[in-house]
Design a protein around this ligand. Structure first.
Ligand SMILES: Nc1nc2c(ncn2[C@@H]2O[C@H](COP(=O)(O)OP(=O)(O)O)[C@@H](O)[C@H]2O)c(=O)[nH]1
Ligand SMILES: [Mg+2]
Length: 184
């Protein structure tokens, strides 16, 4: 059996299982609404289920490169350099403070119908920016993520991006390299 078939089967089974857990009686028995630990486990399973669904649905002809890391670590700057956007009106906003509040998927106009805007239940909105005709973006989608000082938000973005991204570039601020908090 191919890996993708296994993933698909696993996704379907997990979805069924979650449906089973969502039944009123089961919810009560497992204390899904009242017990914080049960709630956490349930959310974790839902996250895995969503991730599997995203992975199976995504167009495999596109290669996703995610830029992750704490704010002001140079994610948007690197994208500007890669796509030669500096001093153009398409340049990503670069700042010493957290500016971006959404995840942006950047690719050529030609890919607009294939780019996967993964549905997420979390708080971070996702936008697509496809006003490009760059040789680099022919089969590639770059993902710029919000710079956040909050390690929980970064962790949430990392977890949600992992199933979608084929490559993740994690940038570090040279003046604030790995710490216990970021490294967790
Ligand atoms: N010294 C230095 N500063 C950089 C470098 N890359 C970005 N910066 C600066 O770091 C700040 C944050 O950059 P930005 O690209 O907005 O980071 P992001 O929040 O991760 O997207 C800006 O003031 C940039 O000019 C680099 O390679 N070296
Ligand atoms: Mg940025």
């Amino acid at each position: 059996m191919k890996t993708d078939d296994i993933t698909q089967k696993l996704g379907v089974t997990l979805k069924e299982f979650l449906g089973f857990l969502k039944k009123e009686l089961h919810k009560k028995v497992l204390e899904l609404d009242t017990n914080i630990k049960s709630k956490d486990y349930f959310e974790e399973l839902t996250r895995v289920s969503n991730s599997l669904e995203q992975y199976v649905q995504k167009d495999v002809s596109l290669f996703y490169v995610g830029f992750l890391g704490s704010y002001s670590s140079g994610k948007s700057s690197t994208i500007n350099s890669l796509l030669q956007l500096w001093d153009t009106d398409k340049a990503r906003i670069v700042s010493n403070n957290p500016t971006d509040t959404s995840i942006t998927l950047i690719t050529n106009q030609n890919n607009v119908n294939n780019v996967f805007t993964f549905a997420k239940e979390g708080a971070i909105p996702i936008r697509t920016y496809t006003n490009f005709d760059s040789p680099l973006l022919e089969n590639i989608v770059l993902m710029d993520t919000p710079g956040s000082g909050d390690p929980n938000i970064i962790e949430s973005i990392v977890r949600d991006s992992l199933p979608l991204c084929d490559l993740i570039i994690y940038t570090l601020n040279a003046t604030a390299p790995f710490t216990d908090v970021i490294g967790k």
